[in-house]
Design a protein around this ligand. Structure first.
Ligand code: C2E
Ligand code: MG
Ligand code: MG
Ligand code: MG
Length: 282
């Protein structure tokens, strides 16, 4: 009967909800102990100067070594970390670890920059910026070697606060990139006003460049490059997977490229091997 059906569907849904919330609580608990036990690692993905073909910097991308043996990618725990506030201690760990990596690289004589990602809740945390400043000083890292990546949405939603904080870190020599550029709901006027150094064109635009591309598929990339350069901003292309894409970007004066064509994000030691490898090419 209809009544019976309704009751069983309520049971069905509530069981699903209970399962989902249990899963969430389990995940939250294991994320909490991941923070305590420092189960994270920063993988490094090289960024190449397109003109010289050399690795000049890297993006630090977090991975979670779950006790069950699974290497958890950030998209599977950063959103929960944001919701629960665990992003605050995780973000601090990222800053400390990034500084330690920069220090090790500098000691090897490598003039490599490192960028780290900041999500919305972190940007709202004034203390984070203090923490970044302290960490750079404590680790005796050249502030010019540290770069912050923020998405458009984060910047615009918190314009006044973010303006002040970015202005401060830039005065210390750090630089700022807008990540996933082109996917947000942006008003272009803020680009002129914000204290930023680079735009990272979102992977979805780079993806459009393939054997079947029409001229119009590259149009947005070309427009972003032209606009960025006239605003004295550098342009980074993310998600470069093919030689065709690299050649298109290089021909059109994109400054920096990052993507699987060059390397996936790799552990520190492998990243050092990549740096060694390019020395031997000379
Ligand atoms: P993102 O900052 O836009 O990072 C670029 C993502 O694209 C990375 O995914 C990278 O592995 C992937 N990627 C790079 N090249 C290619 C390519 O050629 N093809 C394809 N298909 N993908 C490519 P990942 O490492 O899974 O990170 C995902 C997102 O998680 C990042 O996007 C960033 O928003 C966030 N994230 C990563 N690490 C951190 C962190 O330490 N803190 C915070 N708050 N967020 C982080
Ligand atoms: Mg990024
Ligand atoms: Mg990105
Ligand atoms: Mg992204």
């Amino acid at each position: 009967s209809a009544k019976k059906k309704a009751v069983s569907s309520i049971e069905f849904y509530s069981k699903e909800l209970i399962d989902a919330s249990r899963k969430r609580i389990d995940m939250e608990n294991s994320l909490r102990s991941a923070v305590e036990n420092q189960e994270f690692e920063l993988f490094l993905q090289p960024m190449l100067d397109l003109a010289s073909g050399k690795i000049i910097k890297a993006e630090a991308l977090i991975r979670w070594h779950h006790p069950n043996g699974y290497l958890v990618p950030p998209d599977e725990f950063i959103p929960l970390a944001e919701q629960t506030g665990l992003i605050i201690p995780i973000g601090k760990w990222v800053v400390t670890e990034a500084c330690a990596i920069l220090k090790r690289l500098a000691e090897k004589g490598e003039e490599i920059k490192l960028s780290i990602n900041l999500s919305p809740r972190q940007v709202n945390d004034r203390q984070l910026f203090e923490f970044i400043k302290e960490s750079v000083t404590k680790a005796q890292v050249n502030p010019h070697h540290l770069e912050l990546e923020l998405t458009e949405g984060v910047l615009i939603d918190n314009y006044d606060k973010v303006y002040y904080l970015l202005d401060e870190v830039r005065k210390l020599g750090m630089s700022v990139s807008i990540d996933d550029f082109g996917t947000g709901y942006s008003s272009l006027s803020y680009l002129q006003k914000l204290p930023i150094d680079r735009l990272k064109i979102d992977r979805s635009f780079i993806n459009e460049i393939n054997e079947n591309s029409q001229d119009s598929d590259g149009a947005i990339i070309l427009a972003v490059i032209a606009m960025a350069h006239s605003l004295k901003l550098e342009v980074i292309a993310e998600g470069v997977e093919t030689v065709l894409q690299r050649d298109f970007l290089k021909l059109n004066n994109c400054n920096i490229a990052q993507g699987y064509l060059f390397s996936r994000p790799v552990p520190y030691d492998e990243f050092c091997d990549l740096l060694e490898g390019q020395k031997n090419k000379n």
